[in-house]
Design a protein. Structure first.
Length: 191
């Protein structure tokens, strides 16, 4: 196959662009968090609650903690802080009223629109430069890449948490069960 070196170069270019995008995304999130007095974990929790709300599948505190890799105590502290600022609401929507559901609060929606609205406008301007067919390819690529990255994260978490060679003090090289948000691990360039 004569196009293998060219394809490898394209792969490396894509990986670098994805790493750059992920890094900038983390930095934008940090600016938002700092502006609103949020810890990065608070921001991640707020975004997870918002996303689940938008998908029509609201999170429980337990599911939020599992998604973020937090203990129940740490999850309670995050939810307490977000609730205090009006960013998250605890609701009891289950018929037996024992199950707590987390919903996005009005203040989170308002500060999100204020900060991210201009970003959405800039994204719309970029999308206008692409045909529907081109956007279909981008959507397919990003969906598959995101799915692959999620599977990789889950397998690494499983290795760390339960199988031989994982966890603190092992020789696996993992310092923690979570990546800490670093985007550089998407895929290293090939030699």
């Amino acid at each position: 196959m004569g196009d293998e070196p060219a394809r490898g170069g394209r792969r490396d270019e894509l990986v670098q662009l994805l790493q750059g995008y992920a890094s900038e995304s983390v930095l934008v999130g940090q600016v938002f968090a700092e502006r609103h007095g949020l810890h990065p974990t608070d921001l991640n929790a707020m975004l997870a609650v918002l996303q689940a709300d938008l998908e029509g599948s609201p999170l429980t505190p337990g599911r939020l903690g599992a998604q973020l890799g937090l203990s129940s105590g740490a999850t309670t502290a995050v939810v307490d802080r977000l609730e205090r600022f009006g960013h998250v609401l605890r609701t009891r929507e289950d018929p037996d009223r024992r199950r707590v559901t987390l919903r996005c609060g009005d203040t989170a929606a308002a500060i999100g629109r204020q900060f991210f609205g201009p970003l959405g406008d800039r994204m719309d301007a970029i999308l206008a430069d692409f045909s529907n067919a081109e956007l279909d390819v981008v959507l397919r690529f990003l969906a598959r890449t995101t799915e692959m990255l999620g599977r990789h994260r889950e397998s690494e978490q499983d290795l760390f948490r339960g199988t031989p060679g994982g966890g603190p003090g092992s020789s696996s090289g993992h310092a923690s069960g979570r990546s800490g948000g670093s985007a550089t691990a998407i895929s290293p360039p090939r030699e």
